[in-house]
Design a protein around this ligand. Structure first.
Ligand code: GDP
Length: 209
């Protein structure tokens, strides 16, 4: 069964204290600039046209939305950032919530950072990497809308982003992704599945003897 196929809406949080209890669960968070293609990527990975539509409903776009994947695993859809019209107080609130969530959530196993392949590594993307990378947990970058680039442009962008991630932040991988063409699903699952398969309460699993 593909990793995200059984995803179903579970809960939303506006404040850190509203997050579901982390005991016995593991989670992968999806973040990205507004309009980068995060909801489309989640829907494509889940093979579900309207799953992340939940996160787009009025009142929900600014929430942390949890989707259960079964067996104590969760996909966490973080609010899109960089939307110019967000009031300053709201921006400050989310800066605090996101930075704390990324830096301190024990059940969080890795971050999927969604970037428009035509505009990768914006200043706010770099901010997310700066917040998360001190945890030494893995980051996987999806360069979305790759169908909008020629093959050679896409390969060039991939190589440039990979190089910059490795130089600047370390534990990062990157791939091309197209929700329109449904390209990149297996590659993403191969990276993310091991993050969630380690089981709750274990930072990394020692091999059994
Ligand atoms: P979000 O704000 O990051 O959740 O972005 P959305 O998933 O809502 O996508 C923003 C816009 O980009 C929408 O108009 C989508 O149809 C479009 N889009 C998203 N993914 C792709 C893709 O892979 N290819 C193309 N061509 N358009 C896409």
């Amino acid at each position: 069964m593909p990793l995200f196929q059984n995803a179903a809406y579970f809960a939303s949080a506006h404040y850190l204290h509203e997050l579901p209890p982390e005991d016995g669960c593991v989670e992968v968070a999806f973040a990205g600039r507004s309009n980068a293609g995060k909801s489309s990527a989640i829907n494509t990975l889940a093979n579900h046209n309207r799953l992340a539509y939940v996160s787009k409903q009025p009142g929900r776009t600014q929430l942390i939305n949890f989707f259960t994947l079964g067996s104590g695993a969760y996909l966490v859809d973080l609010p899109g950032y960089g939307y110019a019209k967000v009031p300053e107080a709201m921006r400050k609130h989310w800066q605090h919530v996101l930075s704390s969530y990324l830096a301190t959530r024990p059940s969080l196993r890795g971050l999927v950072l969604v970037m428009d392949s035509r505009h990768p590594l914006t200043p706010l993307d770099r901010q997310m990497l700066d917040w998360f990378c001190p945890t030494a947990k893995p980051v996987h970058v999806l360069l979305t809308k790759s169908d909008k680039l020629s093959r050679s442009e896409a390969m060039k962008t991939l190589a440039e982003v990979r190089k910059e991630l490795q130089t600047g932040w370390g534990n990062c991988t990157v791939q091309l992704f197209s929700s329109l063409k449904k390209q990149g699903v297996e590659e993403a699952e191969k990276v993310i599945a091991p993050w969630l398969s380690e089981g709750p309460g274990t930072g990394s699993v020692a091999p059994e003897h």
